[in-house]
Design a protein around this ligand. Structure first.
Ligand code: ZN
Length: 466
């Protein structure tokens, strides 16, 4: 129980100004932006340093007080929502500690907003290539705790691949300083990987050393219409071959989703005639005198000849490229304006995406007559956001009530194709009860063992993941 005495002691660690107890101050931490997950909590702590996080966890561990770490509160699976627990908000830990261009490394505190990390890199002519829709709000600590993905995974990997080292406060309050710019370090178990993707259940990430890369000066952005996902994959191989593997993003979108972005997202339709499917891809290269748009034109000529593409446009300016990307980036948020949407974040082997899409679409159309499937996303990684919008006639509540039943069936199809039920959003509470059906017993046993070792009193983000 969180007694008034304990609230006072925890608050004293961060100072009264940074211990929120009033309903209105706490409220923003109790609801995520889509409103799907809500929580309740008597106390939000906003530590300003690793030492304060350490003192909080030490006291929490001694008193059996449960803690829910929270970054930008943009998670999509409920992992950041408290159920009566104390919220540990990392927002005030927002300093860029160090940027070393020679080592191509940036060390940021957990609360640094992703966009600010990107800007810090850009100021040195470098890129921090984690690129996700929530980057103006989400924080690097949360990106790592959830192993965020996004549109550049194809070229640069996910948050895990970009991480060189971590600073973590353990449940006991001990601080592990594993910050490093080393590219190679084979000295036993690579502990950072336990905390990346742990969703705050094994420790609290307070800082991270992340890889930076040189910024490619030459880019081309292409929006193309094509008949089906089969052609999309053929186009991906063609683009890879002909561009010298310069593809940094390759996204698929269905007609239904593009129409929603046009209708609600303030986007303009960039082609002449509609098509069942589209891809949006980006090439990036290092030839300062390069002509990536010219290269893209050459690739599209071959794609037209081979019947892969029926129409296409190449962005003529940075603004035009942003406008094309807006169609893709708006796709998730605009679905809200079309009523209820049952969402999945799945992956299958890249080659299996077309077959999976065929089968899962037939499945949901049978279970939800009149529904509008809106499967889109990172086809180059085999990761599809298999979302299904209600029909105009459906009752929203009745439609959403079928979420679990529909998800179970979609996920069964995912498993049949050797895929994953969570490609980049994590487990949280949304998929917790399905985890055991997805993992082998030996995997679940290892995960429980690691949890027991690092958080024996189960104070860290209880009820999430496991
Ligand atoms: Zn995504």
């Amino acid at each position: 129980m969180l007694t008034p005495d304990l609230i006072e002691k925890l608050s004293a660690i961060v100072g009264a100004n940074h211990a929120l107890t009033s309903e209105s101050d706490i409220a923003p931490h109790l609801l995520e932006p889509r409103g799907k997950f809500s929580g309740h909590s008597p106390l939000v702590l906003q530590p300003g340093s690793t030492e304060e996080v350490s003192a909080i966890l030490k006291l929490a561990n001694e008193t059996g007080t449960t803690i829910v770490p929270q970054g930008g509160n943009t998670g999509l699976v409920g992992g950041q929502m408290p159920a009566g627990d104390v919220v540990l908000s990392l927002s005030r830990m927002n300093r860029v500690r160090h940027l070393d261009a020679a080592d191509s490394c940036i060390t940021v505190e957990a609360g640094v907003i992703l966009h600010n990390a990107q800007e810090a890199a850009a100021a040195e002519g470098l890129i921090f290539p984690l690129w996700i829709a929530s980057q103006g709000t989400c924080q690097v600590g949360g990106n790592l705790a959830t192993n965020a993905g996004g549109i550049n995974v194809l070229a640069y990997g996910n948050a895990r691949d970009l991480c060189l080292g971590l600073e973590v406060v353990l449940a006991s309050g001990e601080v592990w300083n594993g910050l490093t710019s080393l590219r190679k370090d084979n000295t036993g178990y690579d502990l950072k990987h336990l905390f990346i993707g742990c969703e705050g259940t094994l420790g609290v990430i307070t800082a991270a050393s992340m890889k930076l890369l040189p910024a490619p000066p030459d880019r081309a952005t292409v929006f193309a219409a094509l008949p089906s996902p089969v052609e999309a994959l053929e186009l991906l191989s063609l683009v890879r071959r002909m561009s010298g593997n310069a593809v940094v993003a390759f996204e698929i979108m269905p007609r239904s989703g593009v129409e929603m972005s046009i209708k609600h997202g303030g986007c303009r339709y960039p082609l002449a005639a509609p098509s069942d499917w589209y891809v949006l891809f980006e090439l990036a290269g290092f030839d300062a005198e390069g002509d990536m748009n010219g290269k893209a034109t050459g690739i599209l000529e071959v794609a037209f000849e081979e019947g892969l593409v029926s129409d296409a446009t190449i962005a003529a300016s940075t603004q035009a490229a942003q406008d094309l990307w807006r169609i893709r980036e708006a796709m998730s948020e605009v679905q809200r304006l079309e009523g209820g949407s049952i969402k999945h974040d799945i992956s299958v082997p890249v080659s299996k995406v077309p077959a999976f899409l065929d089968e899962a679409t037939v499945l949901v159309e049978k279970m939800l007559p009149g529904c509008r499937p809106v499967p889109f996303g990172h086809i180059g990684d085999g990761n599809i956001h298999f979302n299904v919008s209600q029909s105009a006639d459906d009752d929203k509540e009745a439609f959403l009530a079928k979420w679990q039943e529909v998800s179970a069936a979609v996920h069964e199809t995912v498993r049949k194709y050797g895929g994953s039920i969570s490609a980049e959003h994590g487990i949280g509470t949304l998929k917790r009860d399905e985890l055991a059906a997805t993992k082998q017993p030996v995997e679940m046993a290892m995960m429980h063992g690691i949890k027991q070792l690092l958080d024996p009193k189960a104070i860290l983000n209880p009820g999430k993941v496991l």
